[in-house]
Design a binder for this molecule. Structure first.
Ligand code: NAD
Ligand code: GLY
Length: 354
């Protein structure tokens, strides 16, 4: 078992624990208080984890359809109505049981229903265990893009059971690995007290061996994320580092009509960010080769057809980091560091597409 805390002491104390423990689902009563819980999940997870769901009141369980395409206002309204139909009160607590889609939407509902009720995260995908369940970004998609409507709203606790990864499809595991590898490239810039040396971990282990050390990986990633969020909860600066590779990735995902998964696109995006760093002289050839070889070792980055540079740039212009219509990029710097660069010209982006 590994525990840590996200320390967010502001006007009110928003700090919360993250507990990583095999078998939490079997012992969930040890982690719940004497209050009413409203569980939100999807139909796919509800089937696989029917036993776990049976520990919660059926009328207070909201099951939505599975998939990113349902991460929208219509589903939010459905959830809110179900919660109100079943008389949720201010002192009650919402449980987000699922991957990032469930976590983001359940968190948003918690932030807004009755002007805010508590919620806890029980993430069930690798991506949500290493990233999205921590840090309080909640929201949903609309016709203008992904996650453009939402709120910063921190959970009361995050309960991570690595055993649930046993039922996760391989593609979803790979998707989570995109975010995990991202943490290796930004580790030294996160301001965490511990240094995990994720690079070394990846050099020593093959992709099929990673599951054996998954608790260490999850602990390292959430520790790095907690450190970043503690310093910059609302993404005024440092938190943007967590978007390494993401500006390229969002464009790649959109161009592929979302056939390429987010994690794979992030890995391709990190390779492109490495190339942009090399061209700008931020890193040398040795670090570039080291970085690209590390990503290639896991063979998780997608094989891309030649990308249309104008289309990519057009999509990149709707990125949340765009300032005064200029694209900003997080770029890797040597030895597990990264920084935001606001002097990015379009030629650099075109030259960095791989
Ligand atoms: P997801 O929630 O869609 O889950 C992926 C798939 O795995 C789904 O089909 C789901 O039903 C299934 N699944 C989940 N757990 C399972 C399990 N244990 N066994 C079998 N199947 C399981 O996708 P995701 O990758 O977890 O999350 C992606 C979402 O997270 C996106 O909407 C993204 O915008 C969001 N996100 C949010 C943050 C944040 O900080 N809030 C960060 C990164 C990503
Ligand atoms: N996953 C990006 C963030 O939480 O800021």
């Amino acid at each position: 078992m590994k525990n840590l805390c996200v320390n967010l002491k502001k006007e009110t104390d928003l700090s919360y624990p993250i507990i990583i423990e095999r078998g939490i689902l079997d012992n969930i009563e040890n982690h719940l208080e004497d209050r009413k819980y409203f569980l939100i999940t999807n139909d796919k997870i509800a089937k696989i984890y029917a036993n776990f769901l049976s520990k919660f009141n059926k009328a207070r369980t909201v099951i939505i359809k599975d998939g990113e395409k349902y991460k929208n206002l219509k589903t939010i309204e459905y959830i809110l109505n179900k919660l109100l139909d079943n008389r949720i009160e201010r002192k009650d607590c919402i449980v987000a049981f699922g991957g990032g889609v469930i976590g983001d939407m359940a968190g948003f509902c918690a932030s807004s229903i009755l002007r805010g009720v508590d919620f806890i995260q029980i993430p069930t995908t690798l991506l949500s265990q290493v990233d999205s369940s921590v840090g309080g970004k909640t929201g949903f998609n609309n016709k203008h893009g992904k996650n453009l409507v939402g709120a910063f709203y921190q959970p009361k606790k995050v309960l991570i059971d690595p055993n649930v990864l046993n039922t996760l499809p391989e593609k979803e595991f790979q998707c989570g690995m995109g975010e995990v590898i991202k943490y290796a490239f930004i580790e030294r810039s996160c301001g965490a007290k511990e240094y995990f040396n994720l690079f070394e971990l990846f050099e020593k282990n093959n992709v099929n061996e990673l599951i054996n050390i998954i608790e260490d990986i999850i602990y390292a990633c959430v520790s790095l994320k907690a450190a970043v969020v503690e310093q910059d909860e609302k993404e005024k600066g440092l938190r943007a580092l967590l978007n390494l590779g993401h500006t390229y990735a969002h464009a790649i995902e959109k161009i592929s009509n979302y056939k390429i998964s987010h994690g794979q696109a992030v890995l391709a995006g990190i390779k492109m960010a490495l190339k942009a760093s090399l061209i700008k002289g931020v890193i040398n050839e040795n670090y570039y080769n080291f970085g690209t070889n590390l990503i290639d070792k896991y063979n998780l980055a997608p094989k891309l057809k030649k990308l249309n540079p104008d289309k990519i740039i057009d999509i990149m212009k709707s990125d949340k980091k765009v300032k005064n219509s200029k694209i900003n990029l997080i770029l890797p710097r040597t030895a597990a560091q990264a920084a935001l660069f606001d002097d990015i010209d379009e030629l650099l982006i075109k030259d960095s597409l791989i």
